[in-house]
Design a protein around this ligand. Structure first.
Ligand code: AP5
Length: 220
């Protein structure tokens, strides 16, 4: 099964993708994580995109499309994948349609996580991830079980993202509404879009997503 998680910054795409990866044995493909890895590695791509990410703007479509086109062909995607943060513009969605057709793959489901803008800043500003394994947490909504120790790998170092500040989050939200929200009618028109109320707790949202996936599997 191949699916897209769509939603504004802080909607819970990464949180739910990590859970789906474990539960349904699908590969999470986060363009944000790939770009941050490029920045951390000091590569040419990293230095090209760092300023763009820090300003909360979108990285040019051709860079992102090339990254994903290569990634979905790797063997770890053969059992299905979750696109987290891609596509983000209509040209990216069109390029995805093409690359799926070229690889004889299909998109089973697009899930929109609907969250009010007001709740997003609080989610993003409380977020931190394990430096060793990337598991995601939140100061109040999803703390580690033991203070300062990652539940998944026992790591003791955590990272907060440079773009999780109020000014950049406002720019990211603006980019979402202007450039990414047009994907909702794009996928609705193709009959693949399902919307989930992302305002509930993490487990509640997870249960709603599972219900949508069951419907997708049975073709309902
Ligand atoms: P990216 O990394 O994709 O960031 P984003 O879309 O802004 O999404 P986030 O990672 O901020 O949020 P999320 O929805 O994953 O929320 P999370 O699960 O962490 O992109 C970063 C940048 O890279 C972009 O600005 C752009 O520059 C560039 N980029 C990336 N992809 C691109 C593309 N395709 N094209 C062009 N540029 C691209 O949850 C947030 C917090 O809330 C967590 O702490 C979590 O624990 C908590 N939480 C989650 N769910 C709930 C819940 N239900 N209730 C309470 N708390 C919750």
């Amino acid at each position: 099964m191949n699916l897209i998680l769509l939603g504004p910054p802080g909607a819970g795409k990464g949180t739910q993708a990590q859970r789906l990866e474990e539960k349904h044995n699908l590969k999470q493909l986060s363009t944000g994580d790939m770009l941050r890895a490029a920045v951390a590695s000091g590569s040419e791509l990293g230095s090209q995109v760092k300023g763009i990410i820090d300003r909360g703007e979108l990285v040019p479509d051709d860079i992102i499309v090339e990254m994903i086109a290569e990634r979905i062909q790797r063997p770890d995607c053969a059992g299905g994948f979750i696109l987290d943060g891609f596509p983000r513009t209509v040209p990216q969605a069109e390029a995805l349609d093409e690359m799926l057709a070229q690889n004889d793959l299909k998109l089973d489901c697009v899930i929109e996580l609907k969250v009010d803008d007001g709740a997003l800043v609080a989610r993003v500003s409380g977020r931190f991830t394990c430096a060793a394994c990337g598991a995601g947490y939140h100061d109040t909504n999803k703390p580690t079980k033991r203070a300062g120790v990652c539940d998944s790998c026992g790591g003791k170092e955590f990272i907060r993202r440079d773009d999780d500040n109020a000014e950049t989050v406002a720019a990211r939200l603006e980019a979402y509404h202007r450039q990414t929200a047009p994907l909702l009618p794009y996928y609705d028109g193709r009959g693949t879009l399902s919307s989930v109320d992302g305002m509930g707790g993490i487990e509640q949202v997870a249960a709603e997503i599972d219900a949508v996936l069951n419907k997708c599997k049975t073709g309902g």
